[in-house]
Design a protein. Structure first.
Length: 96
């Protein structure tokens, strides 16, 4: 993936975040898409994804059936970028 296509992917995610995050299906799509693109992200984009994790774990989103799956995917991708290994759950297992 070259820099131009990475920037396009990040812009697409940012636009979707700003324009469509008010619906549950858009939030689900965003979480799945951001987890796939996490390895090419810069610090600013990772901060935006951490904000998305906060939103995914908010009371407004708690009843959505895919919330836990997408939250784990996003946390795992961010942890892989930040510290080089997947996020571990409290029980010691990872989410891969």
């Amino acid at each position: 993936m070259n820099i131009h296509s990475t920037q396009e992917a990040n812009m697409k995610i940012t636009r979707r975040t700003l324009n469509q995050l008010n619906t549950m299906s858009a939030a689900s799509e965003l979480a799945a898409e951001t987890a796939c693109c996490a390895r090419t992200a810069g610090q600013g984009q990772r901060m935006a994804w951490r904000n998305a994790i906060d939103w995914l774990t908010s009371p407004a989103f708690r009843l959505h059936q895919y919330r836990n799956i997408h939250t784990q995917m996003l946390r795992g991708a961010l942890c892989t970028v930040d510290c080089g290994h997947p996020h571990e759950n409290k029980d010691g297992s990872d989410n891969e």
